[in-house]
Ligand binder design. Structure first.
Ligand code: DX5
Ligand code: ZN
Length: 229
């Protein structure tokens, strides 16, 4: 996988579902390389979003984008195959929903996908140490998962910085993603703190001009990378 960092990954949770193909085209036109699908089950999180059929439709509408699926669901093992078959290239599960995390990550790999592990804002980084050498992506939730358009939790910057230090300590290579409340006001500082992938939902899809917003976000993210490197 060769991508230039930082990467902006639009979350379709905030998209206009009656016009999804067109919204994805707008993203593509603005040079979007990754797309983020949020799966919510009404149990692990209080909201319900969509399932594998919609992910397959995203795959068809955006065949060139790298498709990441963020499972905010209980018992993710039961659904990994379906989301892999739908065209996901990376599947993220929540530490808080996985009592047998190695087994779950193994299952994602067996289904031909890259692996991600997400942690909620109140979950300690120490809890993911045992899997840091085997995951491709760590997602630091910067809101409590379940809804788009929530307020970014400010203590997240420090958590990202600590994770970049742990990555050095452990001499490993996973990517760091931030998800929730990302927008023009904080994207530069997030990248400066160590974020490699920035998920943004409402900031992109609620903008009047989607391609223009993507470009602006990317510009600010790139400034943050200069500060970080
Ligand atoms: C939150 C989801 C996010 C969400 C981000 O539960 O995992 O991916 O769509 O939306 P915004 O950018 O609106 O906070
Ligand atoms: Zn997400």
């Amino acid at each position: 996988m060769e991508f230039e960092l930082p990467i902006l990954s639009p979350s379709i949770l905030a998209a206009d579902y009656s016009n999804l193909g067109n919204q994805l085209q707008l993203c593509e036109k603005a040079g979007t390389k990754w797309i983020h699908c949020d799966i919510m089950d009404g149990h692990f999180v209080p909201n319900i979003s969509f399932g594998p059929d919609v992910v397959a439709a995203v795959r068809d509408s955006a065949p060139n984008m790298f498709l990441e699926t963020h499972l905010m669901i209980e018992n993710p093992d039961n659904y990994i195959e379906a989301f892999a078959d739908a065209g996901s290239e990376l599947i993220t599960v929540h530490l808080e929903a996985c009592p047998h995390l190695h087994r779950t990550l193994n299952l994602i790999q067996l289904n031909g996908c890259m692996t991600g592990v997400a942690i909620n804002p109140a979950t300690s980084l120490e809890l993911i140490r045992p899997v840091l050498k085997i995951v491709d992506l760590v997602v630091i939730m910067t809101v409590n998962p379940g809804f788009g358009g929530q307020t970014f939790i400010e203590s997240s910057y420090e958590k990202i910085q600590r994770l970049t230090a742990i990555r050095m300590e452990e001499q490993t290579q996973f990517l760091i993603e931030t998800d929730g409340g990302v927008g023009l006001k904080n994207i530069q500082k997030l990248v400066k703190s160590g974020a490699d992938i920035l998920v943004a939902g409402s900031s992109i899809f609620r903008a009047d001009d989607i391609p223009e917003r993507i470009e602006l976000l990317r510009k600010k993210a790139n400034l943050g990378r200069k500060d970080f490197v």
